[in-house]
Ligand binder design. Structure first.
Ligand SMILES: [Zn+2]
Length: 295
């Protein structure tokens, strides 16, 4: 199967992989990782003299991984395997030029086994992608970083220093050409704190006084929100084909539509709309008044 078709096969959230698929998925990940990196590099190098924007966001994320241990002493050996929770830095980078062309760079999660200080995160962040100047870009470059609010100020400060250092190194290689000065001045670093983390913490703090088991409540909340999100995605996905198949415009409206909707407890402002639309089911089809066709 072509890599493109394999990606489509494994991409949906509901896709599951059998043990036979694992090696296929591993190879697919490696190929995609390499391909995205090459596309990103090419995106920047083919626009060396055009303004571009790089938006990099990273998040510390605990992930379950499968680990295997083996130990042997003389003729005896022991093997164990099991699930392990580790902290990883998951990052993505979005590129855009002034004409609106885009590229995206996803990288593999970087293990944060050595710690979670700003310097650890900076090191992991640097292995996700470099600055545009390091890919030989020479025009206006906007670098946007998004970090969690907890480490946002310190990590952004280190990133700004990194950009300044790269500019300085590049300038020291060359003469005092005025264009070199512009190279440093045209490298703009901006940042925002991660709003998803803000929302998560706000939700946690708001329910804390109402529950005795905050961990379990957070877990329940997470499952509820993800379920609602999945349901919404499914609705959006199925809505178009479903409407095309079942929607018909007709004028055989419902008898006493106003009374029916009112008895069903629908708010009066909605009742008027529903009466106007003559919305009703008949023979498995959704009927709507032909006068609504103009909408
Ligand atoms: Zn975040």
């Amino acid at each position: 199967m072509q890599p493109h078709n394999l990606l489509l096969k494994f991409a949906p959230a509901w896709a599951t992989i059998s043990s036979n698929d694992i090696s296929v998925v591993q190879r697919l990940c490696e190929v995609s990782r390499f391909l995205l990196m090459e596309i990103a590099k090419q995106f920047i190098s083919s626009r060396q003299t055009q303004p571009i924007m790089m938006s990099v966001s990273v998040d510390g994320t605990p992930l379950m991984t499968r680990e295997r241990w083996a130990n042997s002493a003389g003729p005896s050996s022991v093997r164990r395997s099991g699930g392990c929770s580790h902290e990883f830095l998951v990052g993505r980078c979005f590129l855009r030029d002034s004409a609106g062309n885009r590229a995206v760079l996803f990288r593999e999660p970087i293990s944060l086994g050595a710690g979670k200080t700003s310097w650890h995160l900076w090191s992991a962040c640097r292995s996700i992608c470099r600055t545009s100047r390091e890919y030989e870009h020479k025009s206006i470059s906007i670098s946007h970083y998004c970090f969690d609010r907890g480490i946002h100020s310190s990590l952004t400060g280190i990133m700004q220093s990194t950009h300044a250092l790269v500019a300085k190194l590049q300038l020291s290689h060359t003469s005092d050409d005025p264009m070199d000065q512009i190279l440093g001045l045209q490298d703009w670093v901006v940042d925002t704190a991660c709003c998803c983390h803000d929302a998560h913490n706000a939700a946690k703090w708001s329910v804390a006084p109402l529950t005795e088991n905050l961990k379990q409540t957070n877990r329940d909340l997470f499952i509820s929100i993800v379920s609602v999100r999945n349901a919404y995605d499914l609705l959006v996905q199925e809505m178009g084909p479903w409407l095309a198949k079942t929607l018909v415009f007709s004028d055989d409206g419902m008898v006493d539509a106003h009374a029916v909707w009112t008895v069903l407890g629908v708010e009066s402002s909605w009742v008027d709309e529903l009466v106007l639309l003559q919305l009703h089911y008949k023979n498995g089809l959704l009927h709507i008044a032909s006068s609504a066709r103009r909408y």
